[in-house]
Design a protein around this ligand. Sequence first.
Ligand SMILES: [Zn+2]
Length: 361
Amino acid sequence: MESDRFRRRKQEQGRRADFLRVLLVLLAVLVVVLLVVVALVLYRDQAARKKQDAKQTAGQDQDVRQAAGREQDAGQQDAEQAAGQELDARGGKAGEPEQAEGKYETVIDEEDASAERVPIDAAEQSEDGDASGSGTAVQQVNIRKFQPGDVLSEEDLAGQPEKFFKAYRIGRKGGVFARINGRSYRDNPNIALSDLRYLRMLHYNFDHEIQVGEMVCNKAIAKDVLAIFRELFEEEYEVQSMYLIDNYWTGDGDSTDTASIDVNNTSCFCYREVTGGSKLSNHAYGRAIDINPQQNPYIWQKNGQWHWTHRNADPFIDRSGSDPHMVKEGDVCFNIFAQHGFSWGGNWSNPIDYQHFEKKG
Ligand SMILES: [Zn+2]
């Protein structure tokens, strides 16, 4: 009996030892698997960061409404420097004069699917890595919480209106594309989506309030357009309305243009092929801007008579009036556009297009 009990105990101890051994092996396997997983995750993370660094833009969804997260002021950097740095980092283009002088441009690449949604100024900050580290309390401007048409208070502006002048790429997954596709934009052989930029800007409205505006234009003139409207803003020049023409979409380009003019809307890009194969307007290339069209109508002469289509322009056909929104050669609006290389439709002879400024390629 004694030896039986002893043997059983021995067997039991043996089984326990076997069990422990199996358990240890399993644990070891588990640890190895965990290590491999962690290594893989770290590797992927690093690769993604490298890729992002290379692009140096934190791309994100174009629809600012959907964008979450706050942005911080770069603090010790001024806007010019920040924009310059960002341009520097974008494909080493800083050496090219037109890029280097990019005073007001900030381009966010939203077509880079690998990029995270990062606030605009955070993307700029990532250059020096420690933009918020000064420890000083910096007034924060969160432009993402504002929509086109919003009227801003002094508090909203926080003394930094330059923060509100931004250019964005238009990605196919974004909210802007959803607004313009099939309306002012459609895929075509003449202008690509990647040739266009979506701009957010500020303007004084006709009540002299500061309002958020938006515009789509050709990327080749985006920097000019930001600078022009920034300068107009500094001059407190009034623009009644500045929304994408798609807000007035009626089903076709021509009647939409009419609807936009009816509400005195300032706009730029609208792709429409002229029937009969005539050449495209510069609006189709995003290279022409119509400003305050009610006070600055399109008129043409036929049989010695001047014609125009919009009755709301009746008081503004006589250009000797004193309305400050009538563009005249040599006035502040004309001069700012001219300084950036735009020509004015008000200098044409027939038709005359007082609202129209363009810069050809
Ligand atoms: Zn025009």
